[in-house]
Design a protein around this ligand. Structure first.
Ligand code: GDP
Ligand code: IMO
Ligand code: MG
Length: 429
C-alpha cells in the first residue's frame, strides 16, 4: 500500500507525529521534497527527536528510510543528524540517500541570506537554509547531486566552473563578499563523500522492488500545500512542491500506485515567515494559543503567527491533493478557549470565495467569514477514544470535517505518541 502524507496548511501541523504513528507498520518511509527547512518532531519513551532531513520513520529498524531524489540535502546537516542519532544509541543502518538528490552547497545558505537582505521589506522570511538557491541551481543545471560526491574528478571540474564562473563573480561584485576557494571545497566535499558513501544508492530499483512486493510505503511530505511553489501564496512559498504531485516526482512512485492521501492539519492555523494569512489573530487570543502551544519554529526558533482554523485553505488542500483521510492535530491547545472560530471563506468585491485566492494582492481587501462554536474548556490529553472527548470538542471536529468534506480519522490530543484518538479506520494493514 502506498500512502502520501501532506501538510494541509503552512507547515508544522504535526506531520512528524503522524508519520511516527504510521511508520510502525511501514516498510519504507520516503522524503520526497524540501530539505533541512523542515523540522519534524517525534516524541517517544526515549525523548524528543527533531528530524530535518532524515525521514521520521528512522526509529523503526524494519523501516527503510529513503531521502528521495526530490530532496535537497545539505551534507553537513545530514552528517550532524546521523551523529546525533548515534549519540542516542541509534545506528541509522536503514537510511538510504538517492544519488539523484541535489546538494545544498556551502554557498547556498549565504546566498539565501544575502537575497533576503536585498529584498528588504519584501523579504519572504525564508529559513536561510539555502533551499531556494539549491533548487534554483538544480533547475539551472549547475547543481551538484549526492552521487557526484563519488566522482572526484567531476566534482573538481564542475566546482571550478560553478564557483569561479557563477558564484564568486556575484558574491564579490554584487554583494562585496569574499570569494570561495573551489580547491579547498574539493577536499571538504571528498570528506563528506567518505562518510556518506554507505548511504548513497540508486533508489529506483529499491523503490520499484518495494512496489512489486506490495510493501507499505509512506511518502513523508515536508512543508505544506500553502507553501507549494505553484499552489501556495507565491512568492511567499518554499521552492519545491510539497503537495501530492511533488511526492511522486520527488520519489519516482507512479501516480497509479498511490492508494491513499492523508492530509495533516492543525486544529487552528500557524505560519512562519511572511505572506498572506487571512484568519491571523493579532490579539490576546493569538498570544494565548502561541504560549500554550509553544509555537516557536522548530528550525529557526521564530515565533509562529497564529490564526483560527481556515476551512477554505483546508478544503482547497484536500481537493488539490486528493486527500481522503484527514488528521486534526493539536486540538488540546484549544482546551481553554471559551469561543472558537472557523474561517469558512472570504468576502472579496461583493463575492464569497470558498477557496484561497490566486492573486495574493487581493488578500488585503478580502474579509474572512467565520462560524463560531463554544469551546470545551477541559483537558482532552487523557482521552483514549472518541467517546472520551467532550461533546463540544467532538462537535468542533465534526464541523471541521464537514467544512473540508473529508473524514477526520486521527485526532491529536497531546505531543506524546499515545496521545491520539482514532476513529477506527485501518490505514496500513
Ligand atoms: P511538523 O513539521 O508538521 O512535523 O510539525 P513540528 O514538529 O514542526 O511541530 C509540531 C509540534 O506539535 C511538535 O512540537 C510536536 O511534538 C507537537 N505535536 C504534534 N501533535 C500534537 C498534538 O496533538 N498536541 C500537542 N500539544 N502537540 C502536538
Ligand atoms: P515543516 O516540514 C513551516 C517556510 C519558511 C518561509 C518559507 C520559505 O517543518 O512543516 P524556505 O527556507 O523554504 O525557502 O522558506 O517557507 N517554511 C516552513 N514553515 N514549516 C516548514 O517545514 C517550513 N519549511 C519552510 O518559514 O516562510
Ligand atoms: Mg516543522
Amino acid at each position: 500500500m502506498v500512502i502520501i502524507l501532506v501538510g494541509g496548511q503552512w507547515g508544522d501541523e504535526g506531520k512528524g507525529k503522524v508519520i511516527d504513528y504510521l511508520a510502525a507498520k511501514a516498510d519504507m518511509v520516503i522524503r520526497s521534497q524540501g530539505g533541512n527547512n523542515a523540522g519534524h518532531t517525534v516524541i517517544t519513551e526515549d525523548g524528543e527527536f527533531k528530524f530535518q532531513l532524515i525521514p521520521s520513520g528512522i526509529l523503526y529498524p524494519q523501516c527503510t528510510c529513503v531521502i528521495g531524489n526530490g530532496v535537497v540535502v545539505d551534507p553537513i546537516v545530514l552528517l550532524k543528524e546521523i551523529t546525533q542519532l548515534r549519540e542516542r544509541g541509534i545506528e541509522p543502518k536503514n537510511l538510504i540517500v538517492s544519488e539523484r538528490a541535489h546538494m545544498v552547497m556551502r554557498y547556498h545558505p549565504l546566498f539565501d541570506q544575502l537575497e533576503e537582505e536585498v529584498r528588504g521589506d519584501d523579504r519572504l522570511g525564508t529559513t536561510w537554509r539555502g533551499i531556494g538557491p539549491a533548487y534554483a541551481d538544480k533547475v539551472r543545471r549547475i547543481g551538484f547531486r549526492i552521487g557526484d560526491l563519488q566522482k572526484e574528478g567531476f566534482m573538481r571540474k564542475k566546482l571550478a566552473f560553478v564557483v569561479d564562473q557563477v558564484k564568486n563573480p556575484i558574491l564579490t561584485k554584487l554583494y562585496g563578499g569574499e570569494p570561495y576557494d573551489w580547491e579547498s571545497m574539493v577536499g571538504e566535499y571528498m570528506g563528506y563523500a567518505k562518510q556518506l558513501d554507505p548511504y548513497i544508492k540508486d533508489t529506483f530499483p529499491l523503490i520499484q522492488e518495494a512496489l512489486d512486493r506490495k510493501a507499505n510505503i509512506l511518502l513523508e511530505g515536508a512543508q505544506a500545500t500553502m507553501l507549494d511553489l505553484d499552489f501556495g501564496t507565491y512568492p511567499y512559498v518554499t521552492s519545491s512542491n510539497p503537495s501530492a504531485g511533488g511526492a511522486l516526482t520527488g520519489s519516482g512512485i507512479p501516480p497509479t500506485k498511490v492508494d491513499l492521501t492523508i492530509g495533516v492539519f492543525k486544529a487552528y492555523t500557524s505560519r512562519v515567515g511572511y505572506g498572506p494569512f487571512p484568519s491571523e489573530l493579532t490579539d490576546d487570543v493569538g498570544d494565548q494559543i502561541r504560549e500554550r502551544g509553544h509555537e516557536f519554529g522548530t528550525v529557526t526558533g521564530r515565533p509562529r503567527r497564529i490564526g483560527w482554523f481556515d476551512a477554505a485553505v483546508a478544503r482547497y488542500s484536500c481537493r488539490l491533493n486528493g486527500v481522503s483521510v484527514a488528521a486534526l492535530m493539536r486540538l488540546d491547545i484549544l482546551d481553554d478557549q471559551p469561543l472558537l472560530k472557523i474561517c469558512t471563506g472570504y468576502r472579496f468585491r461583493g463575492q464569497v470565495h470558498d477557496h484561497p485566492l490566486a492573486n495574493i494582492s487581493h488578500y488585503k481587501h478580502c474579509e474572512p467569514m467565520y462560524d463560531e462554536m463554544p469551546g470545551w474548556q477541559s483537558e482532552i490529553g487523557a482521552a483514549k477514544c472518541w467517546d472520551d472527548l467532550p461533546a463540544q470538542c467532538r462537535d468542533y471536529i465534526e464541523r471541521v470535517g464537514e467544512l473540508i468534506a473529508t473524514p477526520i480519522e486521527l485526532v491529536g490530543t497531546g505531543p506524546r505518541r499515545d496521545q491520539f484518538v482514532t476513529r477506527g479506520r485501518k490505514l496500513f494493514d
